[in-house]
Structure formats: structure tokens, C-alpha cells
Design a protein around this ligand. Structure first.
Ligand code: TYM
Length: 348
């Protein structure tokens, strides 16, 4: 790794160590497919904005990706790609701890301890499991997929995170993390911070471009349903041009116009304008004009991220080194919390 970069990260880490008054943030993304505009607007964009005000831990949750079948070669390349995207959006290893979940074994170890206080009934109520299991049948779903929210709770509680910036779809998982933290503290004594979700008003639920009733998802088999963060500018323009629209021609947000409402939300989240302002700007104009402008807004927002990420992907050793520096820092915090939890449960 370039010496200057290493020194900058080390100097900043020493500063982070002294700033104990800052609250801690933890969040994660699965490297299980192409990261898309929903991941960016619901999570990454917010993470970047939080960097100066919190003590941040941002994790590539590769153990979570294993809960659905993965081709090892593809997973390996998705992990590097996601690392490049983390840095490409502006996460700064000098201000945030950026690391891979599987490189910090404490995540799996705390998950086991929490498994022993989580209840089957609680996990059976998780809607993401129900949705995913419905597709292939619950009998055939992996135990990992069922247990996934407990591993997520371990991720968060290990760092005693106060705030967890996520999209709307993670609300239920976050609630379970809170329940488990309180239950553990109540049974074994004060151990974990009870985390609060941080969910934005705009961009927290970006819907699919071909079906506004479904959320934009990296597991979709239809690439035109999402805008991947590494899509080329012309692909982005084409996908937006072809995005589903509603009947009528007015650019207004309303429950009976879910497709245009979604596109307005994307526009608002990308520019910081309010939906009302955009409705006024586009009064009397048609879907064609609106989509053309939206295409340019998204291309303008994503191009620097794409260029930066592609450049970083040209130096995989640098990416691996940065993740290892992050893992070392994460292990120091995670190890102390795990030992505390083990001791409280009688394992110390
Ligand atoms: P994942 O990898 O599916 O998504 C990563 C983040 O992106 C948000 N997101 C969206 N936001 C708005 N609109 C969308 N269409 C959209 N799609 C995804 C998600 O809400 C999430 O914030 N279980 C988590 C990963 C995880 C985690 C954690 C998160 C594991 N451990 C601990 C926070 C804390 C997941 O599968 O996210």
C-alpha cells in the first residue's frame, strides 16, 4: 500500500481513539450481487454524510451473502467490487473503519451466543425470510437464511453501535437487534448498547424500474429493473427511458401513480430538491422530458463513483490491504465486546 495513505489512516485512527464522545455508527451491505441505486440512496449516500460526526464501522457482510447459494468465484469478485464502491462513493478509510465481516471471527461467535437467547417464534416472523423462503419453499431454505437476523444483531451489538443507517427494508431486522440487546442486558447485566435505526425520509425505499410494487433489488434476475452503480452512462439513460410509467401524463406523486412517484423520489434523493419543487418544475411537461432530465441527474451523480471504483478495481492489492487494516481495527473493538458477553454468560 502507498505509504502516504497508510500513514494518513494510522494518524486518523489515533485521533478516532481519542474522540470518545462521538456516538458509534455501524452498517453493512451484502456483496451478493450488483450494488444499485437503492443501496446508494437508502444507505451509502447517508453513510458518507455521517463520517465526520460519528465513529463509523462499515462492513461488507460476506457471511450474510452465503445464506443464499453463491458461486465462489463470483462472490470473490463481488467482494472486491463492493469494496471499490465503498471507497468510490467517498467512504474514507482515514475516517471510517471499512472491513469484511468474515475477517472478524467475533461476528460468527457472538451470533452463536445470541442464537441461544433468540426465539424461533421471533425469527419465524421475519418478513424477509418469509418472502425469500416462499420463492423456493421454506423447507429448502438454508438454516443460515433463517438465522440471518441474529447474525445481523451480532454485527451491530459487537460494536455497541448507537445508530444504524439503513433502508426501510431493514426496520424489522433492526427491531430484533434491539430486542436481543435488551434481553441480554436484562438477563446477564448491562452489556450492549440498544441501537437505533437511522432511516432517511427520501430514498429509503427505492422501487424497481419495471414494477413499482417491488423494491429495487440486487437479487432481481431482470437487470433493467435496477440501476447498478457500475452501469455505463448510456445504460443508465436507457434504463430510465424504459422505466415503467403510469397512465396519464402528469408528473405528480400519488398512491395511484406508483411508478412516477418512485422516479420523483429518486430525482429528489439525487438532487436534494423536494418532490413538491420537482412537481412544480415539471408542471405542463411530459414523461419524456422528465425522464431525460432524470437520466442526466443520475448519470451525473453516479459517474464519479463509477470512475473512482473502476480505477480502484485496477489495484486489487490496495483494496485488500485497506480491508485488512480495517479488519485489524474492527477486531480490537469486537474482541473486547465478545469477551465481555462470554464472561457475563459464564464462559469467562
Ligand atoms: P442489503 O445488502 O440488502 O442492502 C444494503 C443497504 O441498502 C439498503 N437498500 C435499499 N434502500 C432503499 N431502497 C432499496 N431498494 C434498497 N435496497 C437495499 C438496505 O436497507 C441496506 O441498508 N441485512 C442487510 C445487511 C446487514 C446489515 C447488518 C445492515 C447485515 N448486517 C448490520 C445494517 C447493520 C442487507 O441485506 O442489506
Amino acid at each position: 500500500m502507498r505509504l502516504a495513505r497508510r500513514l494518513a489512516i494510522e494518524a486518523a485512527s489515533a485521533r478516532i481513539g481519542r474522540m470518545e464522545t462521538k456516538q458509534r455508527v455501524f452498517s453493512g451491505i451484502q456483496p451478493s450481487g450488483a450494488s444499485h441505486l437503492g443501496t446508494y440512496l437508502g444507505a451509502l449516500k447517508n453513510w458518507v454524510a455521517l463520517q465526520d460526526d460519528y465513529d463509523n464501522y462499515f462492513c461488507l457482510v460476506d457471511l450474510h451473502a452465503l445464506t443464499t447459494p453463491q458461486d465462489p468465484k463470483v462472490l470473490r469478485s463481488n467482494i472486491r467490487e463492493l469494496a471499490a464502491i465503498f471507497l468510490g462513493v467517498g467512504l474514507d478509510p482515514a475516517r471510517s473503519v471499512i472491513f469484511r465481516q468474515s475477517h472478524v471471527s467475533e461476528h460468527a461467535e457472538l451470533a452463536w451466543l445470541l442464537n441461544c437467547i433468540a426465539k424461533v417464534g421471533e425469527l419465524s416472523r421475519m418478513t424477509q425470510f418469509k418472502d425469500k423462503a416462499q420463492k423456493g419453499g421454506a423447507e429448502a431454505a438454508s438454516v443460515g437464511l433463517y438465522d440471518y437476523p441474529v447474525l445481523q444483531a451480532a454485527d451491530i451489538l459487537l460494536y455497541n453501535a448507537h445508530r444504524v443507517p439503513v433502508g426501510e427494508d431493514q426496520r424489522q431486522h433492526l427491531e430484533l437487534s434491539r430486542v436481543l440487546a435488551r434481553r441480554f442486558n436484562g438477563t446477564y447485566g448491562e452489556t450492549f448498547v440498544v441501537p437505533e435505526p437511522m432511516i432517511l425520509e427520501t430514498g429509503a425505499r427505492v422501487m424497481s424500474l419495471d414494477d413499482p410494487a417491488k423494491k429495487m433489488s440486487k437479487s432481481s434476475p431482470v437487470p433493467s429493473s435496477y440501476i447498478a452503480l457500475l452501469d455505463a452512462p448510456d445504460t443508465v439513460r436507457k434504463k430510465i427511458r424504459r422505466a415503467k410509467t403510469d397512465s396519464g401524463s402528469e408528473i405528480t406523486a400519488s398512491p395511484d401513480k406508483p411508478a412516477i412517484t418512485n422516479l420523483l423520489d429518486i430525482y429528489a434523493a439525487m438532487t436534494g430538491k423536494s418532490v413538491e419543487e420537482l412537481e412544480a418544475d415539471y408542471q405542463g411537461k411530459g414523461y419524456g422530458d422528465f425522464k431525460k432530465d432524470l437520466g442526466e441527474v443520475v448519470v451525473e451523480g453516479l459517474s464519479p463513483i463509477r470512475e473512482q471504483a473502476l480505477e480502484l478495481l485496477g489495484d486489487p492489492k490496495e483494496l485488500d490491504d485497506l480491508l485488512e487494516i480495517g479488519a485489524e481495527k474492527a477486531r480490537a473493538v469486537a474482541g473486547a465486546t465478545l469477551r465481555d458477553a462470554q464472561a457475563k454468560m459464564g464462559l469467562g
